[in-house]
Ligand binder design. Structure first.
Ligand SMILES: [Zn+2]
Length: 139
């Protein structure tokens, strides 16, 4: 058994749902029985997405501490805080102006829009990062 040395700069990969960026995934255990392990089924606990292992969004990143899943959750929470802290006013006005929200304001509906925006922004960042990594790999 190899001893695992505590490194303070660890390359890790988080697997996220391609639809909502949630790391709360259930992945099939029968990988070894399949010809292609990437064909294993995966289900998202966040939005109910069903698909295959190969459809998941892989997010490579470096971190100092914690599990890959913990980091993915922290990433999502941080993005939610950024969106809520800086965009709730302007986005609220936009949603009212164009009829996505009406008076009296439903805070539940507004919260749904805000978390959907945070998910989309994070997903877009992750996908763009993947493209950048691929371009680097291809020289
Ligand atoms: Zn999902």
């Amino acid at each position: 058994m190899n001893e695992i040395h505590a490194a303070n700069d660890v390359q890790a990969v988080a697997m996220l749902c391609p639809q909502c960026s949630s790391p709360a995934l259930t992945r099939q255990n029968s990988h070894l029985l399949l010809e292609d392990p990437l064909d294993a089924a995966a289900t998202c606990g966040g939005c109910g997405w069903n698909g295959k292992e190969k459809d998941l969004v892989a997010l490579p990143f470096r971190h100092e501490l914690g599990s890959d899943e913990g980091i993915a959750i922290a990433l999502m929470n941080d993005m939610r805080a950024v969106i809520a802290g800086h965009l709730s006013g302007p986005v609220g006005k936009f949603l009212m102006k164009w009829g996505f929200l009406s008076s009296p304001l439903s805070t539940a509906e507004f919260s749904r829009y805000m978390s959907a925006i945070a998910r989309s922004v994070l997903t877009t960042i992750i996908q763009e990062r993947e493209k950048i990594e691929k371009e680097k790999a291809n020289g």
